[in-house]
Ligand binder design. Structure first.
Ligand code: C2E
Ligand code: CA
Ligand code: CA
Ligand code: CA
Length: 279
């Protein structure tokens, strides 16, 4: 009776009702958002130990006419549930590749690695490899500068099929980063088998590095692990100089976070990339 009571209460909870309304509304509007050109990309720098820009992560935003900027944390799950992630992911990839193609002849911008988030549903869709190949050809992007960010949960489901798809994409020249490392269920044997280039230390471990000895140990261990497997490592969520110093002192060579730049519009990113390295 207690449970039923709680459920009944929850059903009439105005906050919950409001959240459900918002979700339903966003979901309905998501269907037209692509056609109405309401999505845009922001660019967040990935820097070396001197603060020079070596890479960029492309992050999508939904510029909603009434709600303002809706974060991907809110609408990507909706897009995944509804299948809209397929056309949206295609748009993200095409736009990012067009951008790389424009940078391609620039000695500085042309050497920047462009990281694109790919969700499980996208990766597992039929003809994903052909789609990537077709986009590379159509946009003229340099495949060696394109890196796909995949999450652990994606990689651990149907490992053999995943590896086959990754190999086919590698043959096109595309590279891979393992996103949010440490938050999922990676086993070391899988990690060894997967054809990865980079591991990204999840920002959850970076955030509390300085006050949580265990998070510090995990971050150090991931850096050592990447080293042992000859993989690159990118620390996410680097917000302070102290975090940067700690990670650097333990051998991390690539960094992403507010200390070096928030996700920003294209012109700002291009300015940042041309700037003198961080002191
Ligand atoms: P993610 O792939 O882990 O992306 C990193 C997130 O951390 C971004 O949030 C970024 O803005 C944020 N971030 C970067 N530096 C810092 C920092 O120093 N401190 C803190 N607190 N946060 C930082 P964002 O842009 O809101 O994206 C959230 C998630 O949405 C992404 O997490 C990714 O999973 C997903 N996402 C974003 N764009 C795409 C996309 O084009 N396709 C897919 N499938 N997913 C996307
Ligand atoms: Ca990512
Ligand atoms: Ca991440
Ligand atoms: Ca994340």
């Amino acid at each position: 009776a207690k449970t039923a009571g709680r459920n009944a209460l929850r059903f009439f909870d105005p906050d919950m009702q409001q959240a459900m309304n918002r979700r339903a509304q966003l979901e309905a509007q998501l269907h037209n958002a692509l056609r109405l050109q309401q999505f845009l990309l922001l660019y967040q720098p990935q820097v070396d130990t001197k603060g020079g820009v070596r890479g960029v992560e492309v992050l999508v935003r939904w510029s909603h006419p009434e709600q303002g900027m809706v974060s991907p944390g809110e609408f990507i799950p909706l897009a995944e549930d509804t299948g809209l992630i397929l056309p949206l992911g295609h748009w993200v990839m095409e736009t990012a590749m067009r951008q790389q193609a424009q940078w391609r002849r620039d000695p500085l911008l042309g050497s920047i690695d462009v990281s694109i988030n790919v969700s499980a549903r996208q990766f597992h869709q039929e003809h994903f490899v052909q789609m990537v190949q077709e986009l590379l050809q159509r946009t003229g992007a340099d495949p060696r500068r394109i890196q796909l960010e995949l999450t652990e949960s994606l990689l651990l489901d149907q490992v053999d099929a995943v590896i086959a798809t990754m190999q086919a994409l590698r043959a096109l020249g595309v590279g891979f980063a393992l996103d949010d490392f440490g938050t999922g269920y990676s086993s070391l044997s899988y990690l060894k088998r997967l054809p990865l280039d980079v591991i990204k230390i999840d920002q959850g471990f970076v955030r509390d590095l300085l006050d949580e000895p265990r998070d510090a140990s995990i971050a150090r261990t991931i850096i050592a692990l990447a080293d042992a497997l000859s993989l690159g490592v990118v620390a996410e969520g680097v917000e302070t100089e102290a975090h940067f110093q700690f990670l650097q002192s333990h051998g991390c060579k690539r960094f992403q976070g507010y200390l070096f730049g928030r996700p920003m519009p294209l012109p700002d990113f291009e300015d940042r990339a041309r700037q003198c390295p961080y002191p």
